[in-house]
Write a protein that binds this ligand. Sequence first.
Ligand code: ZN
Ligand code: ZN
Length: 1016
Amino acid sequence: MFVPLPGKPDPNGLELAILDFWSREDIFAQLRAKNADGPRFSFIDGPVTANKTLGVHTAWGRTLKDVFQRYKALRGYHQRYQNGFDCQGLWIEVGVEKELGLNSKKEIEEYGLANFARKCRAIVEWSSADLIKGSVRLGQWMDWGRDYYTFADNNIQYIWKFLKVVHERGWLYSGHRATEWCPRCGTSISAHELVGSYVDREDPSLTVRLPLLDRPGEALAIWTTTPWTLPANVAAAVRPTARYGRLDSGDWVAVDRGGGRLFTQTLAGADMVGWRYRGPFDDLAPGARVEHRVIPWDEVSMSEGTGIVHIAPGCGAEDFELGRARELSALMPVDESGRFYPEYGWLAGMRTTEAAEPIVRRLRDEGMLASAGTISHRFAECWRCHTPLIFRISDDWFISVAEIREPMREANRTVEWTPAYMGLRMDDWLVNMSDWNISRRRYYGLPLPFYPCGCGQLTVIGSRQELARRATSTLNGLQELRRPWIDDIRISCPSCGAEVERVQEVGDVWLDAGIVPFSTLGWENPAWVQGGLGDGAARGLTTADLPDHPYWEEWFPADWVSEMREQIRLWFYSQLFMSVALTGRAPYRRVLGYEKMHDEHGREMHGSWGNMITAEEAFQRMGADVMRWQYCMQPPNQNLLFGLSPGREIQRKLLTFWNSAAFFVQYANVAGFNPSLDHLEGAPPADHLLDRWLQARTALLITEATQAYEGYLTVDVLRAFESFTGDLSNWYIRRSRRRFWNGDTAALQSLWASLVQALRVISPVMPFLAEHLWQRLVVPVSVDAPRSVFLAGWPASMPPDERLLGDFADVWKVVELGRRARVQAQLKLRQPLRLLLVEGAERINGYLGEIADELRVKEVRIDRIETTRLQVRPNLPVVGRRLGKDVPLVRRALDAGEYTMREDGGVEVAGHVLGPDELLIERLEKEGWTIAADEGVTVAIDTALDDALRLEARVQDLIHKVNTMRRDAGLDISDRIFLTVPEADTDLLEHYDWISAETLARSITVGDALSLIKAT
Ligand SMILES: [Zn+2]
Ligand SMILES: [Zn+2]
């Protein structure tokens, strides 16, 4: 006996029970043991930032990772299952700042770096535990507890090693340049962090007059949207080849930017070079020190502003480069937090945004403001704290990309990207990438192991061991390779012996994640270290081993990695960079990328918008399987619109499969049927036509799903599954009801086998439902049955019987057309009919009985359909004028059928030849027939009814009514009844046997009204 299935599953309860079962029986450990000798499948997990609980966004990626690892496991692959956490950098720091209410770097330093570091670690500890809990609930199988943490000393040392290699190649340099800068975070922001950080913003738009010192009454007109940069002005640039003109007001602008105004004098830009002018803030000390002059610059834009450009090398990237080329001085007006330095007098201490208004007021007072307004434009903000970025000169550390660009592009070409356009995006990124700015002026991050000495020697330390060797003290107080502790260690310069300090900067967080294919797999590590990844800050968080080099050889490169598209310029990029630098090869063979997640209405999800769904809420309201289905149904090249209503839609779809399983259980129990496990794989060909079809249909599902998994396209897995469950329920089960009724063992075995194969196929996507049904449908069948669907391996795929499937495709087409014809004739489905004619679908020859039964017709015949006649008329708008007075003549001849059809579809009639486009041809039905046609197949139903057919329709109605009453009365499908029919239906008893067979009536009597009682 099978345990009956309820009308619909309770997802949350069912899933919690399965989690309990997996853990109780240690199914995952059994699976890994089973595959231990299998071929390797190397998946490397991109680390998730450990600063949050599991959200539905993160659950998407985790689902895809789990789906393909489960699939590969079913195919017998040996895998690592190592999960990773990203634990350093601004994400973590900003969270701690928020928690502690700290608002600047000064406040962090006052709080104390050691305390700050401990707080950061506490966030990682809390979040990683919570993410694991959420991921387990999602059904993700990983080697939990043996995760890698990027803040481990091991990881840090691997990055040091990489930096040392880069330095030895001469790629590492310290640059003095203007970079995008977040004044709140007090650090520069590198190019890959900028993409996608642009927002629309209103800014001031000022035209400023700079009086010319040697031309009284005249001035240069310049334009700016950043008033705070004016105190840093050192020059004004003109395009030498452009024409410039003096307006009535005495202001000089480019002729092209004069807006049609008249000029009293014009000159070439080249003639203006060298003019001296009064700077906008010469009353402040830094400005007063500069001699302001007009300089030439070919890049001056003639599409905005005045054609004369304000140059402040301390406040812009282009200005900085230009300043370098022309040896201009660079004034840097603001400090790390974006406040004016003391030497800027009345501006001192003001933020750049606060300074705008007083600056404008001052210019107006001085008569230097030609116009002031606002402009709306795209402006970059900090990706973490959303503060508008400024430009600032900073000394940063860079890795030059000149020598690695082409090798990286080469390596990228060896990678198979899904979807393919993401590979092109990567190439595009590589073509345009600038030198990698790897330094951040922050606290909780990879300490850059750079020790520059006054003698010119730069020492880059490659390991803790090397640090110990060069240090001027012991490393006893060095709890972790981290600030503040590491800042106390000094080394002696190998060149001159002087004591040298480490630079204060920490590293870009993408170094932390990019090194993972090396640091977690034991690259160049001479001996295996038990628990070796649990050192430094990771101590006590993980028991993961640091493997040895042969292990790295086995598992590198990854066969597959998967993350969101934005990781192209982040993790996919940084690990490609580090891998090509260290080995010359790509670190992954295949990538699955995917787009963004929005809510079900296409809006971004935000806590403050009230449209955010937490993973916990989703687990409770739809269940993990339905979430996973939503993620997997998503084509990877489109944004996912996630929500509760798509979830309900999926629950409805799932019910089709669930009902089919429940149907099986019900009838198998009535028949006392126990399936044979042997017949699951390689069952002998079935005898019954429909069973043979179901075998072929199931084989097709397995083939399609296998292809989809191999192509990393979950959406195709689900399409195949949905179409299969539809066919199973709407065709096989419905067509076979009578056989189930009769306890037909072959039908029950066929249905069981296909249900089980289907749940195996879908198990990577919906592990809970599949496991639950496996427990209900398979485990009770035999002691030999695998304890879990995940221990059962992948179903053997047999080539589907294409001929049979093709025949049935025609059968369905005919049935579909037959139904359509019935609707046209307004004949309900319970009304039996005499005859159906079919033309153009010869493959249905062996299945006429099936079709007759399905469409309730007495006979189906393949025949020429002459139940129609052609009506041919001239198309007058086209041919009317040509035929002229012959129109009535032609019409009469066509009506009378006095014409000859031509090969081209035209006709010869009444001495004229009419082409196909000159004719209107219609197929009109003959009296008593209804026609439906599509794609070369035509069916015709004989709509004539006689008394016998009408009586049968009433019998069908009665049977339908009685069976509804049986259900409403809560009768079991096998319960017998005593039936009473009203006197008006006495004539139906002509079909006594038919009625009693269909309603399980022991007897039928005539009485007052239709009623039934259960026979005991
Ligand atoms: Zn910031
Ligand atoms: Zn030195």
